[in-house]
Ligand binder design. Structure first.
Ligand code: AMP
Length: 397
C-alpha cells in the first residue's frame, strides 16, 4: 500500500476533479514538438473521464511571472491533447474568475476542460490563499499528477492539496513508486551513477547519495574535479579547482559511510570540445596538459558495467561524458546498454532522470528497458538530494 492517497481512494463519479498536470512541453512554430509529457498524463485523464468525473486541467507553461503573456498561452496544446486523448478538450482563457467558472459549469460528466496557464496570476507562485480559493471554487477534489512541479509549493501544486481532498494521479503514483524502489526502500546493493558537467550543481545530491548507496560512480566533467582534488593533472578539462576541498570531504564521508567511489581508470581526451575531434584513450592519470577529458574510457565503462552486474538497484543522473558529440558518447551508451540488459533480465531495478539524462538514455536506446525514466528535472534532482517535496508531502495518508 502506498503511503499516499491515489485515485483508488476516491469516487470521482460526477465530481469536479482539479487535475494538476505537466503541460510544459517543447513547442516549435506554435505546435507541440515533443508530446512525451502529454502521453504521460493521458491515463489519469482517461480514467477520471471514463469513471464519469469532470476533468479540469491545471498547468503552467514557461515563466510569465504573474502576467498574461500570449506567447505562453496553453491554447496551442489543446488540439494535440485532444487528438491524443481521442475526445474533445474545451479551453478557458483564464484559470479563475467568470471565464473558468462558466467553462466548468458547462461540463457534463466525463468532459475535459483545460484552464489557461496558472502562472498568468502572481498568486500561483506565491501560493496566495485567495488565489488558491479562486481555483478551488471550481473543484470538489484535487488530483496531483505533475511530479515535475512538486518541488515547488505553488497554489496549484501544494495550496490546493491542503484546501480539499487530494490524491495522486496515476503518473504521480508511478513516479513515486519508482522513486521509492530506487532510493526510498531499495533492494541492495544499490549503485548510483552521477555524471554531467559540474560538481557545484550536484553537491547536495552527492552528499545525500554517499550516505545511502553502496557504490557511487562519478563521471562526466564532475569526475575531473574529483581527480584533480586527488592530485591528478586534468589538463584543459572542465574542472572546478575551487571545489577541491569539497570533493575531498565528499570522498572522506564516502569512506566513513562504506560507500565505494568509482572514478574512471581510463579516459578519452581531445584538444577541443567538438564532434569527431581527434582523440585518444589514456590512463586517467595521463591526460596531456594541452588536452581535455571528454569521456570515460572503455576500461572504465567495462568496470562500471561489472559493478552494475553486482547491483540490484541503479539510480542514474548525468552522462559519463560529452554524450551529445560523437564519439564522446561511447561510455554513456555502453553503460546504459548494460543497465538496460540487466533490467530486461529482471536482475536490476533501474531508475534514471534529471536534466540531460533522459536524452542520454534515449540516445543509447536504453530508456525503454529501464524500470523508470523520470522526465522531471528539478524535482527528480531534489528527490535524489533527499529533500521532501512539498507537492508530495501534502499527499501523504
Ligand atoms: P548535467 O546537466 O549536469 O547533467 O550535465 C550534462 C552535460 O555535461 C552535457 O551537456 C555533457 O556534454 C556535459 N559533460 C559531460 N562530461 C563532460 C566532460 N568530460 N567535459 C565537458 N562536458 C561534459
Amino acid at each position: 500500500m502506498p503511503a499516499f492517497k491515489t485515485l483508488d481512494d476516491v469516487d470521482v463519479k460526477s465530481q469536479r476533479a482539479l487535475v494538476r498536470v505537466d503541460l510544459n512541453v517543447p513547442m516549435a512554430n506554435g505546435k507541440v514538438s515533443d508530446a512525451t509529457r502529454i502521453l504521460r498524463i493521458l491515463p489519469t485523464i482517461s480514467e477520471i473521464s471514463e469513471k464519469g468525473g469532470k476533468v479540469i486541467l491545471l498547468a503552467h507553461f514557461g515563466r510569465p511571472k504573474g502576467e498574461v503573456n500570449p506567447e505562453m498561452s496553453l491554447a496551442p496544446v489543446v488540439s494535440t491533447l485532444s487528438d491524443m486523448l481521442g475526445k474533445p478538450v474545451a479551453f478557458s482563457t483564464d484559470c479563475i474568475g467568470p471565464m473558468a467558472e462558466a467553462a466548468v459549469s458547462n461540463m457534463n460528466d466525463g468532459d475535459v476542460v483545460l484552464l489557461e496557464n496558472t502562472r498568468f496570476h502572481a498568486g500561483e507562485e506565491k501560493n496566495d490563499p485567495s488565489f488558491v480559493e479562486a481555483l478551488a471554487v471550481n473543484g470538489d477534489l484535487f488530483v496531483s499528477d505533475a511530479f515535475s512541479a512538486a518541488h515547488r509549493a505553488h497554489a496549484s501544486t501544494e495550496g490546493l492539496a491542503r484546501h480539499m481532498e487530494a490524491v495522486a494521479g496515476r503518473t504521480m503514483q508511478a513516479e513515486l513508486e519508482a522513486l521509492e524502489a530506487g532510493l526510498g526502500n531499495p533492494q541492495k546493493p544499490v549503485i548510483a551513477i552521477v555524471g554531467g558537467a559540474k560538481v557545484s550543481t550536484k553537491l547536495d545530491l552527492l552528499s545525500n547519495l554517499v550516505s545511502k548507496v553502496d557504490m557511487l560512480v562519478i563521471g562526466g566533467g564532475m569526475a575531473n574535479t574529483f581527480m584533480a582534488a586527488q592530485g591528478t593533472d586534468v589538463g584543459k578539462s572542465l574542472c572546478e579547482h575551487d571545489l577541491a576541498d569539497t570533493a575531498r570531504e565528499i570522498l572522506a564521508e564516502a569512506e566513513r559511510q562504506n560507500c565505494e567511489i568509482i572514478l574512471p581508470s581510463d579516459v578519452v581526451v581531445a584538444s577541443e570540445f567538438a564532434a569527431n575531434a581527434p582523440n585518444q584513450t589514456v590512463a586517467a592519470a595521463d591526460c596531456p596538459s594541452d588536452q581535455m577529458i571528454l569521456d570515460a574510457g572503455p576500461q572504465a565503462a567495462a568496470a562500471i558495467g561489472d559493478k552494475i552486474r553486482t547491483a540490484k538497484t541503479l539510480i542514474w543522473n548525468g552522462p559519463l561524458g560529452a554524450f551529445e558529440i560523437e564519439p564522446f558518447d561511447a561510455a554513456t551508451v555502453a553503460v546504459a546498454k548494460i543497465a538496460a540488459e540487466q533490467t530486461a533480465k529482471g536482475e536490476l531495478v533501474s531508475v534514471g532522470g534529471g536534466g540531460d539524462t533522459v536524452a542520454a538514455l534515449n540516445h543509447a536506446d536504453a530508456a525503454k528497458d529501464f524500470s523508470y525514466v523520470s522526465t522531471a528535472g528539478g524535482a527528480f534532482l531534489e528527490w535524489m538530494e533527499g529533500k521532501a517535496l512539498p507537492g508530495v508531502a501534502v499527499l501523504s495518508k
